[in-house]
Write a protein that binds this ligand. Structure first.
Ligand code: GLY
Length: 320
């Protein structure tokens, strides 16, 4: 039987000890991923997941999450969910209690969450709201300066213009610096089960209703006990178009080690044309406990705990 292990992307170290506690007690990989991810979703200092996540262009926090099991390839996910702080648990409920479906979005996902007893909460924190306003204000000031040069700015207000400008803002938001904050967590339990979990507030200031790779099987999350599990963080539009998590697991199946499988998956996605290109990162874990990651930047790491760890340790990711 394998030694339990749990790995995660940047800032997952907040949750990995809770996941490893589950694994040490002989709990399942699914329980471990959920326990670890809930800590990350509840971390108010993390503006890319759960409560405190950065909002969409309308100022609403909109969350995506998924879980996938390696033995059965069962998959549960939710997308564009408002008002529920732990989407990873709703994704798990889809997997376990709604086996006729894999993915619920928006209003339907919220109805399902309510029916299953999940509590609503306000997710937009004061700090996240302020960040959103600052960003909108900065772009709005530039937009106005660009568009009304030589005109009397007081005379050009109006609903029509306002809405056109708002749509323009959404189109013109550039991806921000650094890795996006989606959290990936992958666990291997003592029974040999593998589970991949992904949770995110998605592309900051995204178009309302946009669902990213975190909720899409094969894109941000893939798990197959025959080869391994993989997950992505970063520009989800690239991993959706590249089928990147699935590509990485295919490379594991072909005999690549986890870091190289991740690097090859990212290399494939990097060939896609994309005007809004931003970094993509990946992680992988095999059924025999080997792990690795890759990223577009030097110095990127992932976090790891084994049953011997007293705290999360960090390992370098391969560079694309
Ligand atoms: N990878 C997260 C997202 O694109 O939403």
């Amino acid at each position: 039987m394998p030694e339990p292990v749990i790995i995660g992307s940047e800032r997952s170290e907040v949750g990995l000890p809770a996941g490893m506690d589950v694994l040490r007690r002989g709990g399942s990989a699914l329980d471990a991923v959920e326990a670890a991810m809930r800590c990350c979703e509840d971390n108010l200092a993390d503006h890319y997941v759960g409560t405190g996540g950065l909002p969409n262009a309308r100022g609403e926090v909109e969350l995506d999450a998924s879980v996938m099991l390696g033995s059965s390839r069962r998959f549960g996910a939710v997308g564009a969910v408002h008002g529920f702080p732990n989407p990873i648990s709703i994704a798990r409920a889809v997997l376990e209690r709604l086996p006729q479906h894999c993915l619920l979005v928006g209003e339907g996902a919220e109805l399902f969450a309510e029916e299953n007893g999940f509590a609503r909460a306000e997710l937009l924190t004061d700090e996240a709201r302020e960040l959103w306003r600052e960003q909108l204000d900065a772009v709005a000031r530039k937009e106005l300066a660009d568009s009304v040069e030589g005109e009397n700015t007081a005379a050009v207000a109006g609903d029509h213009r306002y809405r056109a400008a708002a749509l323009d803002l959404v189109r013109k938001f550039a991806p921000h610096e650094g890795p996006w904050g989606t959290i990936n967590i992958i666990a291997l339990d003592a029974s040999g089960e593998l589970c991949v979990g992904v949770s995110t507030s998605g592309y900051p200031y995204k178009y309302p209703g946009r669902v990213g790779d975190s909720a899409v099987p094969g894109a941000g999350n893939w798990c197959d006990l025959r080869a391994g599990g993989a997950a992505c963080t970063g520009r989800g539009e690239l991993s959706m178009r590249g089928g990147t998590a699935r590509t990485i697991v295919d490379h594991l199946a072909a005999g690549q080690d986890p870091a190289e499988a991740c690097r090859l998956g990212l290399a494939d996605a990097s060939t896609l044309p994309d005007d809004y290109r931003a970094e993509l990162r990946a992680l992988a874990l095999t059924p025999d406990g080997r792990h690795g990651g890759a990223a577009g930047q030097q110095g990127s790491v992932y976090a790891l705990m084994t049953t011997d760890s007293t705290e999360p340790e960090f390992r370098p990711r391969a560079v694309l």
